[in-house]
Design a protein around this ligand. Structure first.
Ligand code: BEZ
Ligand code: FE
Length: 289
């Protein structure tokens, strides 16, 4: 009989119970997760109070999730797991650094479709005007025409439109299409750094860990074209003081953009190119509606 005798024997019995899972990948993933969870509880000698606190945290992040934010995605981001999964699944071209970044909790589907050169900063959004240009290419360097460049960013006061009643719906979000040369061109305002949401259980964790919540200024991109993997990326302002202390560990060298500011500070420009890898075009599930 498969009865429990010691703390260690729980693992063997639990793994044996999961052996009959017909889906081989589910069987593999759940067995590994269970082994690591048991090893973790053993390593720290998890107390009953700590276990209760951990369960409470999971319940709290679920309950703090709603139309305005996704606290579960935020928790994965703050542990570095989202960045890890992005880098694991999107190796760089020819052994280079990965051009991928975590999606974050604020991407929304169906951003407005925009003409080349249109500004996503609507209704008088303040900020230094920014022009962003670049190309989308395949791994052989050939232009990808008709690719959709979906871009989103926080306002210069550091809030996404869905967090801020003073911004119009879908402000600072737009979808652009590359031309026959694979080029895209959009206008916006220079992004500012901003804190990840700190009003929920994740904020409490950050404070307990004495970690600051401020993401370096960035633009988010999602590039798609049938026949290619969806590229989720971010481009960071090269002058930001928090590049090496992003609370969600999203900054790699490949993602630091070259923002150029005119001498009078009145206009900024960014040039950033993307490469798509052939593959299945699968969009992520939007963390908020
Ligand atoms: C963001 O860049 O939108 C973001 C990413 C992770 C956590 C919070 C915000
Ligand atoms: Fe962001």
């Amino acid at each position: 009989m498969n009865l429990i005798s010691t703390p260690e024997s729980v693992l063997a019995v639990a793994l044996a119970a999961m052996e009959r899972t017909p889906d081989p990948r589910l069987r593999e993933v759940m067995a590994a997760l269970t082994r690591h969870l048991h090893a973790f509880a053993q390593e720290v000698r998890l107390t009953e109070a700590e276990f209760e606190r951990a369960i409470g945290f999971l319940v709290d992040i679920g309950q703090a999730t709603g139309p305005k934010k996704n606290e579960v995605v935020l928790a994965a981001d703050l542990l570095g797991v989202s960045t890890l999964v992005a880098l694991l699944n999107n190796p760089g071209h020819a052994g280079g650094e990965s051009p991928a970044a975590l999606l974050g909790p604020f991407w929304r589907e169906r951003a407005p479709l925009c003409e080349p050169g249109e500004s996503i900063a609507r209704a008088g959004t303040p900020g230094v005007p920014l022009e962003v240009r670049g190309t989308v290419r395949d791994p052989q360097g050939q232009p990808v025409a008709g690719a959709v460049v979906d871009v989103w960013q926080a306002s210069p006061v550091g809030l996404y439109e869905n967090q801020d009643d003073s911004q119009p719906d879908m402000n600072l979000r737009g979808r652009f299409t590359t031309d026959a040369q694979g080029a895209y061109f959009l206008r916006s305002v220079v992004p500012a750094g901003y804190p990840v949401p700190t009003d929920g259980p994740c904020g409490e964790l950050l404070r307990a860990q004495r970690r600051h919540p401020n993401r370096p200024a960035h633009l988010h991109f999602m590039i798609s074209q049938p026949g290619f993997k969806v590229r989720v990326s971010q481009v960071f302002a090269d002058t930001d003081e928090n590049l090496d202390s992003d609370p969600v560990f999203g900054v790699t060298r490949a993602l630091v953009g070259r923002f150029e500011l005119d001498a009078d500070g009145a206009q900024a420009r960014l040039q950033h190119d993307f490469t798509l890898e052939p593959g299945e075009t699968v969009f992520p599930k939007a963390p908020i509606p």
